[in-house]
Design a protein. Sequence first.
Lengths: 159, 159
Amino acid sequence: MQLTLTGEYAIRAMIHLASLPEGTIVQISQISEQWEIPDNFLRKITAQLSKAGLIFSHRGNAGGIQLARPAETLTLLDVIEAVEGKIYLNKCLIGPQFCSRTSWCAVHIVWCEAQQALKEILTRRSLAELAASTISKFEQYQSLPHGSSPLNSPSQSIS
Amino acid sequence: MQLTLTGEYAIRAMIHLASLPEGTIVQISQISEQWEIPDNFLRKITAQLSKAGLIFSHRGNAGGIQLARPAETLTLLDVIEAVEGKIYLNKCLIGPQFCSRTSWCAVHIVWCEAQQALKEILTRRSLAELAASTISKFEQYQSLPHGSSPLNSPSQSIS
DNA sequence: ACGAATATGAGGAATGCACTCTTATTTGGC
DNA sequence: GCCAAATAAGAGTGCATTCCTCATATTCGT
């Protein structure tokens, strides 16, 4: 009943991309450094994000990854489901083949409600909002002059 | 991000107990039969429920288990946390030692909201309510005469 | 052709899940 | 006291998943 590190890393990477001007291409190694993600592992994760259509990847010289859609149209749920598969808080929510009691079990209804609530919250704010809010709060936290983006300058350690 | 079978089985067993008159003692093997739970595994789970103080267990001849508190005061969250530990939708919710970004990360706030909502839903209805509702729905489903409890009569297969 | 980047697939160690099995220990009835 | 019926406790097993690493392509700009 917990987000895996895979999902957490995917979110970090996507927030990073969402904090940049639309269309910016970033190298994976750059993201892995700034967000403390094992480089090779992040490559696996970005491959999944790419396969799911959330990012474009460009190989070769000056390659990297970029968002495939505007950050305003992306949500945490998109990212999580891209790398972890669809969310099912309980097996009984997958389908009747996993629980024969769904038609008369009151607990099943509770799980329906819980899952709906969870998904609603994970889609309530776009990655664009989250990235913007994160940056502004980080600047407040660090008492930095406004306008310098902490997520893009490698000199600033995020820890 | 899913309830384990351990949690699912624990809920079934507790719903079973909650459907009986207060203070009733049931054998573990009886529950395991009616709810399709491996007998030995259920014994492990009931041991956890007992250690958590949710049920009393009695050994020896005519032994069994019974609710330690009225079913009206028990919730799904109690049961789940008894066998799975406290719910943390993301590691960052456990404490700052798992994520140094909590003070300025907007995603962290979303997880807080999600977890709160989930817990609220899992405590909204008592096991007494859930058991009662399940039984009445089951009777409707089976078109049985009112008053016969499906969860107590071993002759009826629940499948 | 070269070098800088991602893609891909084969692992691999560690952990957790879903159990089983065995050996106590307790209790009530004879 | 003894036996049968029940839980207690702990070890152990098989499997899947998580969280990675590494080696080897493949792609593209110059």
